[in-house]
Design a protein around this ligand. Structure first.
Ligand code: CTP
Ligand code: MG
Length: 231
């Protein structure tokens, strides 16, 4: 299933404590977001890439896009104060298509098989998001005292990509903005319309580079992939 991907990249990376947009940090020799872009550049089903970037970073990011030859980048939107605003800015710009994927630029290790399954499911049922099963025991607590151990079997850690039928996500984004609703992911905007959202099982390597320890894990993933390629 062919798709257009929207990549929010307009954050400031506060939790990374790098004093700059964390996406510009290098893992070995390349900025984090270039790894992400390269996954979509390589995927034959990806028809166009749209990036949300901060106004004052457009030139810098544009230069990297050019340097690494990411010719599938079709355009840039100006990011907003919240991630949802940044995604919305892209959705307002992209030409109509069948399926739209939204993916955090800060998740560079997404694999193309998960992307394909998401796009296919979104094409069929309208909405599908990536997730992994919870590995740890989860408990609820009040004032530091356990009130409940949550049944783990039904719990998922949600990631991106999140894939949607184009008109459904446009409708959901408009409805959310009219209601002043701020979600933590795109699926929430679709859920509140009552439309079912499927979970596609992803993998634990699709981690978001959020805090400094994620960079250590990120480098380890790259190392192990390089070793596999050499075998
Ligand atoms: N993002 C965005 N616009 C915002 C906030 C975030 O486009 N206003 C993007 C980030 O660049 C990132 C993705 O959304 O690719 C996921 O957000 P997050 O991991 O929270 O990144 P930051 O907001 O940059 O980090 P922090 O929350 O630690 O400041
Ligand atoms: Mg953030």
């Amino acid at each position: 299933m062919k798709y257009t991907v929207v990549l929010p990249a307009a954050g400031s990376g506060k939790r990374m404590k790098a004093n700059k947009n964390k996406l510009l940090l290098e893992l070995f020799d390349k900025p984090i977001f270039i790894y992400t872009l390269e996954v979509f550049q390589r995927d034959p089903n990806c028809e166009a890439i749209w990036l949300a970037v901060k106004d004052d970073e457009q030139e810098l990011i544009g230069n990297f896009v050019e340097k690494y030859g990411i010719y599938k980048v079709a355009g840039f939107a100006v990011g907003g104060a919240e991630r949802q605003d940044s995604v919305r800015a892209c959705l307002d710009m992209i030409p109509a298509c069948d399926v739209v994927l939204v993916h955090d630029a800060a998740r560079p290790f997404i694999d193309s098989d998960v992307i394909s399954r998401l796009a296919l499911e979104a094409g069929e049922s309208g909405a599908a998001i990536a997730g992994v099963r919870v590995k740890d025991t989860i408990k609820k607590a009040e004032a530091g005292v356990i009130t409940e151990t949550v049944e783990r079997d039904n719990l998922w850690i949600i990631q991106t990509p999140q894939a949607f039928d184009y008109s459904l996500i446009k409708r959901a984004a408009t409805a959310a903005s009219e209601a002043g609703f701020l979600g933590t992911d795109e699926a929430m905007l679709v859920e509140r319309l009552g439309h079912p959202v499927k979970i596609i099982e992803s993998n634990y390597e699709n981690v978001k580079m959020t805090t400094p320890d994620d960079l250590i894990y990120g480098k380890a993933i790259l190392e192990s992939r390089r070793q596999e390629e050499q075998q």
